[in-house]
Design a protein around this ligand. Sequence first.
Ligand code: M6R
Length: 607
Amino acid sequence: MCGICGAVGKQQAAPIVFEGLHRLEYRGYDSAGIATLVDGRIERRRAAGKLDNLHTVLEASPLAGTTGIGHTRWATHGAPTTCNAHPHSTNRVAIVHNGIIENFEALRQRLENIGQNFETDTDSEIIALLVDYYLQQGASPKDAALQAFSRLEGAYAIAMIFADHDGLIIGACYNAPLAIGFGEQEMFLASDSLALVPFTQRITYMNNGDCVVLTAQAAEFMTFDGKVVQRAVHHTKLTDSTTHKDGYRHYMEKELHEHPLVIGQTLQRMINPATRQVTLPPLPFHLKHVSRAVMTACGSAFYAALVGRYWLEEIARLPVDIDVASEFRYRNPPLNPDSLGILVSQSGETADTLAAIHTLRHNAAHILSILNVTHSSMARESDVVLETLAGPEISVASTKAFTAQLTVLACLTLAIARSRGILDPLNEEEFVSALLNLPGCAAEVFKQTDAIRAVATIIAEKRNVLYLGRGNLFPIALEGALKLKEISYIHAEAYAAGEMKHGPISLIDTSVPIVATLPYGPLFDKTFSNLQEAKARGGRLFVFTDAEGDKHISKIAEQSIVLPHVHPFVAPILHAIPLQMLAYEVAVLKGTDVDQPRNLAKCVTVE
Ligand code: M6R
């Protein structure tokens, strides 16, 4: 969480940094600020709330200077006020920080004891005060920064500028990402290369524990003990156009419409068209020796993993253990070198999931990560990465990344099943065909937009909604409920359809709509009975089904939404789409901030 950006060179820095922050706002939008050097003095502008507020401040009081840093905040320590907004500064140094300084109280106490005054409630201000302290002792900016870094505990990506040192930015990262952009006589840094693509395609992703000294001409990388190291420059394929809404009302709407493309691209990468078999990149271990999978992830990515568990157990007959990443390590599951850790993450930076990698590594398990951002921290710490090819996902609510994760998990299941010698070639052909049919079917879902909007008008008036699904569609019900909560602020709970009678059935009355996902297939009859039980108690049913299912559903549902019929194997992928669309339409009707819902951030880099 929090995005940082910096620029040094010949152009005015503030507009560049502002542009970069605009692309990082998905990381947090509680406050924003920029500091530059003007005639050697540190000047800063800050504003509580979204970047628009900072824009207003900058219009009234522009910032000159060709060396600058900026920040967009997701508050951890201290309320989202202007006073707590970054950059934090003294007369000598200004800093921006993403992460948490865990030992800030002890450090703050020591500095207060020697007469330093703190102005904010943040953990981050300690960095400015600490560097300032070493500068006062006569250290150079680089030495002051390195001495300060050696005292910090926690997670951080930091950028800082120094009074009277025009043309210099020092950055560092530890358990938080930082990318450096190389321009012509100008250099940039940012939490994500997305922020740099308007200015350059030449990017270096810093290693954990790297420090960088940035001038207009060069980037010098070093470890925290000052040892100079070389870091490769990559040419990113990202372009500026990937970060526009393309005429859609929100990024979420645009990203929803990218489902068919993203599923298709991911399949193209994973299925060899000649053999019609899944092809994985070379693995540093034999899949056939894997005796158990241990899956973990957070939020929507966790629900994708939950579907993956159904597939791996049923189709590949592989025992699977699964938990949310924030709880995973507390269970301290017994692992061995035959255990395969499967981690799922859009950003590749989620702190809980990253911590789970460390637990897996410690226990000698192999680590396979399914990631959308392949230059992320998780990518660096995994044995193998399967890429989801969803492209940049800007909306805080995950959509296309989720179906891309499912697509990869489905392919991985087939690869594991084959390597274990239990996938009949005829079955494999059937599963592969089902996958290859998906992009077309996904495109057809959008024909139901009006029907979904009609359901949305009813749900938008409600305070509580129940979601039901069975088997591998239960995690899809969980995903539907999460999406509704996240962007429309309506309370929603998802239950395994068969579990409803064990408690939640008492919630049912006419004020609690029931959204069910129930295509025709092996589990239809049982779930249909559950819906009848709900109907008998006054439940209002809104059911996502297919033509065959609708022959039955239409008799009891207030509204059914008829989707293309797909093979039950891939039904979770298809049925995720309309549930996400429903949440989107409800949020639009409620007028919430769809792309940047309150209290959230896209990239959760704190535990
Ligand atoms: O980047 P990750 O996939 O690791 O993020 C995990 C969750 O934070 C994320 O899926 C979150 O639940 C989304 N906002 C859901 O829409």
